[in-house]
Design a protein around this ligand. Structure first.
Ligand SMILES: *[C@@H]1O[C@H](CO)[C@@H](O)[C@H](O)[C@H]1NC(C)=O
Ligand SMILES: *[C@@H]1O[C@H](CO)[C@@H](O)[C@H](O)[C@H]1NC(C)=O
Ligand SMILES: *[C@@H]1O[C@H](CO)[C@@H](O)[C@H](O)[C@H]1NC(C)=O
Ligand SMILES: *[C@@H]1O[C@H](CO)[C@@H](O)[C@H](O)[C@H]1NC(C)=O
Ligand SMILES: *[C@@H]1O[C@H](CO)[C@@H](O)[C@H](O)[C@H]1NC(C)=O
Ligand SMILES: *[C@@H]1O[C@H](CO)[C@@H](O)[C@H](O)[C@H]1NC(C)=O
Ligand SMILES: *[C@@H]1O[C@H](CO)[C@@H](O)[C@H](O)[C@H]1NC(C)=O
Ligand SMILES: *[C@@H]1O[C@H](CO)[C@@H](O)[C@H](O)[C@H]1NC(C)=O
Ligand SMILES: [Cu+2]
Length: 588
């Protein structure tokens, strides 16, 4: 999103002046009301889901309600998966389009494991293009080459070939997801949930049922077309606006609206696609694992008449905090406990796209994406009569849930910084083609072909292509990462292989000594939104060797270059024994 800034040269005095002049007060964010009495529990379940399954055979609603037979106390084991990725025409919301699917499923298969397990996924690529699968949030400590980042930690799995990802999860748990990390492929369907259990989780005894709710913005046009348009002068830097949104891969769409869409498809369409339905058994408590697996839209999630008690952010247990709405940006996850303590009825689940984050209007889009909670005993329905919370969705800018509300359950102060890295994010239209590209300092990332930066680093190379911004971090020490966002858009940045401490955020540019920092048990997570014309200060411990992307998770922005790589612990990386079959894929 670049409407204002892209017309101005980044480092020009105009922008600096604009940054210094911004003093708009933060919108008053919704604070939780008094905690509702914890009397009962919420359970989502899948009776209506069976109906959906009959009309949407590519959707497996059952996998989103975690099976209670899964033993979280089992001895460490190997979790094997066998996946084939292929293209298939399906109609998640009633309108047909070709999608890229794992084992013919959308969303793709759940990966469920315990801390201490090994995860082994054989991926066979039956697409016409190369692919790679990234395990979002997994530390991959000592197995950086299993991170699945195309052009960084691997060459793509060539069409017709297989590669087996193989890694352990020794020291983390919570809610994660997996997705293609090649071109824009995940936008076309290569996504799925990844849940890690542990007996050490903080809130295990506070819920009865465990449910996954994957949100995604959704486009009727395949992503290569949208990305070519975005990276052409025609878009003027405006991102494609979604045609719809999905909850666990389902939603209704009014087919007559296709002709009014920004990109009409005129594809076969039936205006009868079902929404997801979550069955609640009165008295139970439901852990809802929210995942924004979309590519652009920021959602505000709520359930009518049901308070959300947030207990996890990006795999980090939190001290419970009650809210009515959870803003969730691309790549982020939250768990919230919901109590099934309301009258037996149907209630709307709402995932409201934040239209303030969009540059354009798509007349085909109903930005209020919905699913239903259905209480046992209430009539089965595709609509509810419930009302949205009275207080408005969060106003204005596309901000994360206020970091000061999220206090990690395992208290850890941010260690003092040993070294500081400053990065400037911007969109600039300085290429000959007059296309707006995403820059970290002066580099717009373009993925390498036929090699990966990790392989180059492993061989001892220290000067990389000019399209690669590589920040080398030689020692195990605490890095303070100061990120200035010189763009009018907000950017959910994801650091691979780490959880970061969020020690400071604010408007304007970071001013050392003046911008306030909080190092007392600050929020820790792996995906954090840089606000419009603002700064974010993060800290992380550089104790995981490898080549780690730090990138905007808004897919068009990544495709426009908004990525930097941390080259952590070079001597350990040079000693990596990278499997030969991984390097062989570079010769395809
Ligand atoms: C759980 O295990 C029991 C006993 O083996 C079995 O009868 C039941 O079908 C299983 N439930 C699910 C949901 O898999
Ligand atoms: C394969 O990749 C090319 C280049 O990105 C793209 O134009 C094409 O649409 C892709 N094919 C499919 C089927 O996704
Ligand atoms: C996974 O890696 C482990 C440890 O290197 C190895 O013992 C095992 O054979 C591998 N499994 C597969 C299926 O490649
Ligand atoms: C679908 O959209 C058309 C055109 O806006 C509108 O006239 C019609 O009422 C809509 N149908 C439903 C069921 O909402
Ligand atoms: C939901 O909450 C509203 C507002 O508090 C209340 O008026 C309504 O009766 C509740 N609905 C049900 C079905 O309990
Ligand atoms: C990025 O640019 C800023 C401002 O010029 C500079 O202070 C910083 O060191 C640069 N960062 C890197 C990694 O080059
Ligand atoms: C890291 O080590 C390399 C070579 O060993 C050196 O050139 C570079 O300056 C070091 N970087 C820092 C930040 O100390
Ligand atoms: C990675 O492994 C090293 C060595 O075992 C350990 O010191 C470090 O804390 C680990 N880091 C993460 C993020 O797991
Ligand atoms: Cu972005």
């Amino acid at each position: 999103m670049t409407v204002l800034i892209r017309k101005v040269f980044l480092f020009g005095s105009l922008v600096v002046a604009a940054l210094q002049a911004t003093s708009i007060t933060l919108p008053s964010l919704h604070r939780p009301q008094e905690a509702t009495t914890f009397a009962t529990s919420l359970v989502l379940d899948a009776s209506e889901a069976a109906v959906a399954a009959s009309t949407q055979p590519w959707n497996n609603p059952g996998q989103f309600h975690l099976n209670k037979n899964f033993s979280i106390n089992a001895t460490p084991t190997i979790r094997n998966y066998d996946w084939t990725i292929s293209q298939k025409t399906i109609a998640p919301d009633g309108l047909e389009r070709p999608m890229l699917l794992v084992n013919g499923m959308f969303p793709g298969p759940l990966i469920e494991a315990n801390t201490g397990d090994r995860i082994v996924v054989k991926v066979t690529n039956n697409l016409v293009n190369g692919t790679a699968i990234h395990w979002h949030g997994m530390f991959q400590n000592g197995t950086n080459w299993m991170d699945g980042s195309g052009g960084v930690t691997q060459c793509l799995i060539p069409p017709g070939q297989s590669f087996t990802y193989n890694f352990t999860v020794p020291n983390q748990w919570g809610t994660y997801w997996w997705h293609a990390h090649a071109a824009s492929q995940y936008v076309d369907g290569i996504i799925g949930p990844l849940v890690i259990h542990s007996p050490d989780e903080a809130h295990l005894s506070h819920y009865d049922e465990d449910v996954i709710v994957m949100l995604s913005d959704y486009y009727h046009t395949p992503s290569p077309t949208l990305v070519s348009w975005y990276l052409s002068p025609a878009s003027d830097g405006s991102e494609p606006i979604p045609d719809n949104g999905l909850i666990n891969g389902l939603n209704y769409f009014n087919c007559t609206l296709d002709s009014q869409a920004l990109f009409p498809t005129h594809a076969p369409c039936r205006s009868n696609a079902p929404r997801s339905v979550f069955d609640f058994q009165p008295g139970l408590r439901y852990r809802i694992r929210l995942i924004n697996a979309g590519s652009f839209a920021d959602f505000q999630f709520s359930i009518d008449n049901h308070t959300l008690s947030v207990i996890e952010a990006d795999g980090v247990d939190m001290q419970p905090v009650d809210v009515h709405r959870i803003p969730i940006h691309v790549g982020q996850r939250y768990s919230a406990i919901v109590q099934a303590n309301q009258e037996a009825d149907n209630y709307w689940i709402r995932a409201q796209m934040n239209l303030n984050c969009f540059n354009e209007v798509n007349p085909a889009l109903d930005a209020s994406v919905k699913a239903l909670v259905h209480y046992t005993g209430a009539p089965v329905s595709q609509v509810a009569n419930s009302f949205d919370w009275a207080e408005k969705a969060w106003p204005g800018r596309c901000l994360d849930l206020d970091a000061s509300m999220l206090k990690p359950f395992v208290v850890r102060d941010a260690p003092p910084a040993d070294v500081q890295v400053i990065l400037d994010m911007s969109f600039q239209k300085i290429t000959k083609k007059r296309v707006s590209l995403g820059y970290v300092n002066e580099t717009a990332w373009v993925p390498l072909k036929k090699t990966a930066t990790l392989f180059q680093a492993n061989k001892g190379k220290t000067n990389f292509a000019t399209t690669q911004l590589i920040v080398t971090l030689n020692q195990t020490q605490t890095v303070e990462l100061v990120v200035n966002n010189y763009d009018e858009g907000s950017h959910p940045f994801h650091l691979h292989g780490h959880q970061v401490y969020v020690v400071g955020e604010g408007r304007g540019r970071y001013i050392p000594g003046e911008s306030p920092l909080n190092t007392v048990n600050p929020l820790r997570r792996d995906t954090i939104t840089l606000q419009t014309f603002g700064y974010t200060v993060l800290r992380f411990v550089n104790d995981n060797p490898g080549m780690w992307p730090f990138h905007c998770h808004i897919n068009p922005h990544l495709n426009a270059g908004l990525m930097v790589q941390f080259f952590s612990l070079p001597s350990a990386v040079r000693a990596f024994k990278i499997p030969a079959e991984l390097k062989k894929m570079c010769n395809a």
